[in-house]
Design a protein around this ligand. Structure first.
Ligand SMILES: *Cc1c(COP(=O)(O)O)cnc(C)c1O
Length: 374
């Protein structure tokens, strides 16, 4: 293992991050508020089209937790969640003592299936509880089938929480991901398309909701000279240091999207003539994915494992697709609706190195493994 490690997705600094962090040091704004926090929120609001309000938080998970609280999710409520996702999409439902109801994916975008979603809603209502929210995820940056999901959300009057943790820079019909939900969330964890070392954001439609989120994220202090509390609060605000990194990253976001899409094209070119490999791609030109991760499905589990190990031998990181939440031991008691689309994706799917910072030499090492494999 003398070869340097190639990561699936690693942080990629643009250059001006340290300038913003230095400004925070110079002004002694080393706190969970300050000019970088306001500046980063403003950058995100402009990037997302100017009609939204952004609250910068300590993580995407914290943003999902606050989204559920803003939608008044309480103990014993039910919340629908895409099963094919990272556990952070579902965990905040459990934090509130509510019950996740998992729904399968469709095979075009690998995201929540509209047919299974409606089945789930009808059955849950029949069983006596209308779900309080629908958590839909843009997996690996690929936008979910918004029109279909929105129709169902409207028909049953159940709000959408858009988990756009992986999809900053993606869009659908020209509109940016992160603006489709009744409430949306972003993540700036170390492996995401841009990072603040760790962080997230809540995206809402009005100032009032933003103020509520900021209030809850800073320990819910009432307006008084002493410390007074009428609500349970959280320590979820983003620090001015992390937000400085975020401001620098916003300057290179579009460039990083281009580079990730280039990695996707690199794999598309390679797999063009090869039988038995499906690569996650936009179903039509209405979809624009940031291709946060390039992901493929092989024709068997054995082949998938063989490929994973072939990469591992060369010190190259790959990763099976997300293991569906309804297969996770911790969620084994939760209801599930749908077929075996997500299970099959998990069985045969693999995420390939997708970083915006992979150089020619690293791409050659990746290609050499694939060439030998086929
Ligand atoms: C990363 C991620 C999250 C959580 O974000 P953190 O900032 O790591 O808490 C939530 N949902 C999805 C789909 C993610 O990929």
């Amino acid at each position: 293992m003398s070869k340097t490690k190639i990561w699936l997705s690693s942080p990629h600094m643009g250059g001006s991050e340290q300038k913003y962090v230095q400004e925070a040091f110079d002004a002694n704004w080393i706190a969970p508020l300050g000019p970088n926090v306001n500046g980063f929120e403003n950058d995100l609001e402009i990037y997302l089209g100017g009609k939204v309000h952004v609250a910068a938080l300590s993580s995407g998970t914290a943003a999902l937790h606050l989204a559920l609280i803003l939608l008044n999710v309480k103990r014993d409520d039910e919340v629908i969640c895409q099963t094919m996702t990272f556990s952070a999409s579902a965990n905040p439902i459990a934090y509130l003592g509510a019950m996740p109801v998992f729904v399968d994916s469709e095979s075009d975008t690998w995201n929540i299936c509209p047919v299974a979603l409606e089945e789930a809603i009808i059955d849950r209502i029949k069983k006596g509880k209308k779900p309080k929210a629908i958590i839909a995820v843009h997996l690996y940056g690929m936008p979910f089938k918004f029109d279909e999901i929105k129709n169902i959300s409207d028909k049953y009057q159940i709000p959408i929480i858009e988990d756009s943790a992986e999809a900053l820079g993606s869009s659908f019909k020209g509109k940016k991901c992160g603006t489709f939900g009744d409430i949306s969330i972003l993540s700036f964890n170390g492996n995401k398309i841009i990072t603040t070392s760790g962080g997230g954001a809540l995206v809402v439609k009005n100032e009032d909701d933003k103020n509520k989120a900021v209030f809850l994220s800073t320990q819910a202090r009432d307006n008084a000279p002493h410390y007074q509390h009428s609500h349970i609060g959280y320590n979820y605000r983003m620090s001015n240091i992390c937000a400085g990194i975020g401001r620098g990253q916003m300057e290179v976001l579009d460039k990083h999207v281009d580079l990730r899409r280039e990695m996707h094209n690199f794999y598309m070119d390679f797999f063009k003539g090869i039988h038995g490999v499906v690569i996650l791609s936009e179903p039509s030109n209405e979809y624009f994915s940031n291709h946060w991760l390039s992901a493929i499905v092989l024709d068997s589990y054995d082949k998938r494992e063989a490929m994973r190990l072939a990469f591992e031998n060369e010190n190259i990181e790959t990763r099976p697709l997300w293991k569906p939440m309804h297969l996770q031991p911790v969620f084994s008691n939760c209801p599930y609706y749908g077929g075996d689309v997500s299970e099959k994706l998990f069985e045969k799917g693999l995420c390939l190195p997708s970083g915006s910072n992979l150089n020619a030499n690293e791409k050659n090492r990746i290609k050499a493994v694939l060439e030998l494999f086929f």
